[in-house]
Design a protein around this ligand. Sequence first.
Ligand SMILES: Cc1ncc(C[n+]2csc(CCOP(=O)(O)OP(=O)(O)O)c2C)c(N)n1
Ligand code: SF4
Ligand SMILES: [Mg+2]
Length: 302
Amino acid sequence: MITRLDQLPAREAISPGHNACAGCGAMIAIRQILLAAPQPLIAVNATGCLEVVTSPYPYTAWNIPWLHVAFENVAAAASGVEAGLKALERKGLGRRHNIIAFAGDGGTFDIGLQALSGALERGHKLLFVCYDNEAYMNTGIQRSAGTPPGAWTTTTPAGKSEHKKDIMAIVLAHGVKYAATATPFFWKDLVNKVAKAFTFDGPTFMHVFAPCPRGWYTEADKTIQLSKLAVETRYFPLYEVENGRYRINYNVAKPKPVEEFLKAQNRYNVLLKPENAHLLQKLKDEIEERWNKLTRLAAATP
Ligand SMILES: Cc1ncc(C[n+]2csc(CCOP(=O)(O)OP(=O)(O)O)c2C)c(N)n1
Ligand code: SF4
Ligand SMILES: [Mg+2]
């Protein structure tokens, strides 16, 4: 169990000096994840902000083996790396590495979903991390299936009218042994989940909530506060599912009003207009429904 920062190794898998925006929640989360992931480690990265900001040709910020693949196929490529290493190991030629795949919400909820489904079904031993900034940020803030109802994006100027896909439920429907949510403010929770994920002999999944100052129109120094508020308002519950058992890791008995979280972000200006009260209600209903479902599942699988 990791409870102190000095229990994490000093080596960094991503060098400082990459091109992410100041206060990028994804980069903070990924730094935490990479400190907790056991070495030797190979990272496989779908196209998206993480890839773009860490590899402006001819430079790289990565200090570990890293493979960039297309937007849609990171889980397939990571599967191939795992299968290839296994074959080499059988011939006494290679050394077993841990494998981590990274994709944004677009690369997970939408375009990478079939590749992810295939990898989960085939049972490759890897951790798939979805860093969720709730839109296609790298190409200019377009909506994804991870964008919540009411959020402004360049393709939802009046606020998104559809719901947010339940990616954890989709992943768990594949019979995955371990899946968890996390966010940078709760760093101890996050690093211990990463360490645990690598103990399973099969695919594991983490859904990581990552505030994005550029796409959410927030101040760079509010990222960590937003990461905390998202949990405290039940907007993004922290939970894990281990061998079918649901556990809520942060019990939000008395949630803060979600408006506190929404008001801090200009992407929700449209939603907070009086004429959009129905959209705000839709978001609140979705949050409540998700929390009630989680508490039922946690109670049913003690
Ligand atoms: C097949 C294909 N379609 C579209 C693109 C353009 N594209 C590159 S990254 C990206 C958005 C990625 O969004 P997400 O996965 O959420 O990652 P983020 O940029 O938010 O980190 C898009 C649309 C592409 N590279 N390939
Ligand atoms: S646009 Fe958002 S996710 Fe991309 S680097 Fe900037 S803060 Fe990070
Ligand atoms: Mg995104």
